[in-house]
Structures are given as structure tokens and as C-alpha cells.
Design a protein around this ligand. Sequence first.
Ligand SMILES: Cc1cc2nc3c(=O)[nH]c(=O)nc-3n(C[C@H](O)[C@H](O)[C@H](O)COP(=O)(O)OP(=O)(O)OC[C@H]3O[C@@H](n4cnc5c(N)ncnc54)[C@H](O)[C@@H]3O)c2cc1C
Length: 457
Amino acid sequence: MIIDSIKDEFRQIVGDEWFLDTPEDLVVYSYDGFLPEFKPSGVIVPGDRDEISKIMGVANREKINIIPRGAGTNICGSSVAREGGIIIAFHRLNKILEIDRESMCAVVQPGVVNADLQKAVAGYGLMYPPDPASMFVSTIGGNVALNAGGPRGVKYGVTRDYLLGLEVVLPSGEVINTGGKALKNASGYDLTRLMCGSEGTLGILTEIIIRLVPLAPARATLQAIYSDLDDAATTVSAIIGSGIVPATLELIDRTVLDVISDYGGARFSKEAEALLLIEVDGEESLVEAQGKRIEEFCKERGAVQVERASTPEEAEKLWQARRTAFGAVASLRPNCIVEDATVPVKMLPAMIRKIVEITKKYDLKIGVLAHAGDGNLHPLIMTDLRDREEMARIDKAMEELYETAIGMGGTLSGEHGIGIAKDRFMGMEFNEASIELMRGIKRVFDPNNILNPGSFL
Ligand SMILES: Cc1cc2nc3c(=O)[nH]c(=O)nc-3n(C[C@H](O)[C@H](O)[C@H](O)COP(=O)(O)OP(=O)(O)OC[C@H]3O[C@@H](n4cnc5c(N)ncnc54)[C@H](O)[C@@H]3O)c2cc1C
């Protein structure tokens, strides 16, 4: 519980209307994309960096937990008040401050929605590559704090690869700047990268400088259907192994295709066991040659149907199945748990086989959606959180899934983060010395442990 006089102090900083604590407000901010409910004591919506600094000053003095929140779309439970406290939301800080064409970068506030930034920079012939499927709602602040990725990750990398600099309010209320607009920077410890993926536990991002790249002049989009999941998986490693770097290389398995068909997203033939959605971009002649080569690869490895879009509208149609997948799967049962196991690309076929085995062993309904080109798998577990017996089986299945991924040289998370969804598995990937080092970093930034406590550490 936070006493009224402290709430009044917060109200004085941001103004009455920007401190929310009606029962309805608290319910809304009790959830993020990772289902369980944690009710905060209030929600504060600052209008600028100085207000954030003052808020942190009060919180640090009174040892009140502060939990940063963008759009709340994360699926690891890292933007809810697990140990109580106040949510700090950034929807007022949603301005693109500068697009610098000459330096190929942009300066943005944390609450800017990813797709709004994509649209704005496209007007300058530029692209911001990280494209999480949640891009129409998720914010750049949330993307940086979780090092978000997306379909284009296979060629362009993830959020971390486009981060040049930050303005950060520390838990003490002090403000620091890291990096800058320069493309190269070898000064001191790389605090910019340390903040990226820190899940809101080290500081509050108030300004973000991101690198941009030229928009590719041409692209080719192909869809290949397979009657054997294994053939689709081996095509992925064959394409990557050939030296072609597609912009995207996505895989959808039969379970998810069926759900998409039932949902009305798109129709697939009965023999379809898997679908690959492949895109290459670059100069026209290169795209043409790579498109042809990929078409051959797919056919040589057993694709029963390969379709290539010849207009942007046709390309959009091919993307439709992938875009509707999450919504379709979420409609099937009350809950859907999205996993994020990631393995080296050559291990992809073996990992997919393992997921099929785990599905049968634990008698679960699991579909596979994968950013296959970079080995990032999203097994989608369709379930009902109220079914305790099934949840116990899911817990065992998850443990086996992540043990396998790590045994293959992979990781617990390719792009979704750890949060409370996977904190119990950290010991699989890190030894005690590494975890203690991370705890030490947290103590240096936040000695009172007020910023997003109870997260992955
Ligand atoms: C349908 C769907 C599809 C998705 N697809 C993808 C995908 O393709 N790739 C992917 O990577 N993820 C995906 N996600 C997960 C999620 O959208 C991303 O993790 C996204 O980056 C979260 O952004 P957000 O604005 O919603 O942040 P939130 O969920 O609100 O917060 C995420 C984290 O950022 C911290 N945070 C937020 N703002 C700040 C700030 N200003 N300063 C410090 N910390 C801050 C929070 O404390 C929290 O730890 C998907 C989620 C859904 C529901």
C-alpha cells in the first residue's frame, strides 16, 4: 500500500489527471501479454523527462516500486507490478523528435509506436528494420527494453543492432546519456547495449537514438507449401547454408495452418503440413536471381507448391496467413502461451522434431510458428490456464523444450525476454557466477531494488 500523502506528491509532479488509481484503471494495468494478474497501487503518466526524474527521486526516497510500461504487449510478464508498486506509462511521450537523413538516424521518445516510426522514415526513403509482429501497437521503449526482433531479423538483426544512444533516468532520479549519433563509438563500457534487453530493471529510457538504413528498391515474396514438415525445415537450413540471406524466412506448421483456415485467414490444401514464407530484398537484378534460386531450392527439397507474388498486393495476400496466425491461435482456446526457444539454424529440423515429440508425450496442442531463418521458434501452446492438470503437463513440456534448445547451443529467448515467464530456467543458460554478476549490475544501478523488481533476477 502506498500512503495518500505520497500519491499526492506524485499528483503534484504530473498533475491530477495523470495519476490514475480508480478501480477500472488498476484492472487495466494489472495485465500484460503474459496473462497472470498483478494489481498496481496507481499508474503515473509523465509528460517529460524532468517529471520522470522527480518521480524516481520520490520513489527512491520512499522505496516504492516503479514498473515501466509501453503498450503492455510483452509475453513474459515484465510490465506488471509483481511485487506491488506504481506503473509508469509513456503514452504521452510519443514524439518522433528528429529524422536525420544525412546521419541516417532518428531520435524518438519511448512511447512512439514502432509502425508509426516505420511509416515516418519510409517517407525519407529509409527503413527501421526491427519489425515485431506487434509493431502496430508496441512501442520503441518496450522494443529496446526487450531487444525485440521480428521476421526481418534473419537479414537485418534485432533492435540492439540499430541502437546508437539513449537518455536514461536512473532509479536515483539522475539522468545519463549513452552513445550518440556517431555510427562508431568505442568509449568506455557499452552502457547503451547494457540497457537494451534489461527489461526495465536498470533505468527508464526517455530518449532513444536509432540507426536507419536505406529502403530496399526491390523485393520478391514467395510461399512454398510442403506435405512434410521435415522437408520445410531442411529447406530453411539449405537456403541459409547456400549464402543467400533472405530478408525474412518464416515457417508455419500444419496445426497453425488448420487454425488459420478455420479462422478464415486463408485456405490451404489438405496435404499442406508446413508453409514457408520467404522474402528477399535489394537491387532488382539480385532479387530476381535470388528469387529464382530459392524457388528451385524449395522444389528440389519437396515443396508441392511454390507461389511467387508479382505485385505488392499479391505479396500482401501471401503475408496474410502469417499476420492472422496469432489472432487465429488465440481464438481457439481461452489462452495461448507463446514460447521463444531459439537454436542455431542448422539445428532447426532437429528442434522441430523435438517439439512434435514433446506435443505427443505430454498430450498437448502445440503449433509451431518460427522466424525460421534465424532459428527462432515460437511453439504456441493452446490451453486453459484454469486447467491445473494440463498446466502441470505444460510446465514439464516447457522444461524439456528449453533443456533441449540449450543443449543444442541455443537460448531461452530469441526476442521475447525472460520476465517471470522463464526466470526459473535462467540456471539452464547461465552458471551461478554469471547470474551473480547480473545481480551485481542491478545493485549498482538500483541499490534499493525499486525498478521493476521481481523480474528475471
Ligand atoms: C501478437 C503479438 C506479437 C508479438 N510479436 C513479437 C515479435 O515478432 N517479436 C518480438 O520481439 N516480440 C513480439 N511480441 C512481444 C512484444 O510485443 C514485444 O516484446 C514488445 O517489444 C513489447 O513492447 P511494449 O511497448 O508492448 O512494451 P511493454 O510490454 O509495455 O514492456 C516491455 C518491457 O519494456 C519495459 N519498458 C517499456 N518502456 C520502457 C521505458 N521507457 N524504459 C524502460 N523500460 C521500459 C517494461 O518494463 C517491460 O520490461 C509480440 C506480442 C504480441 C502480443
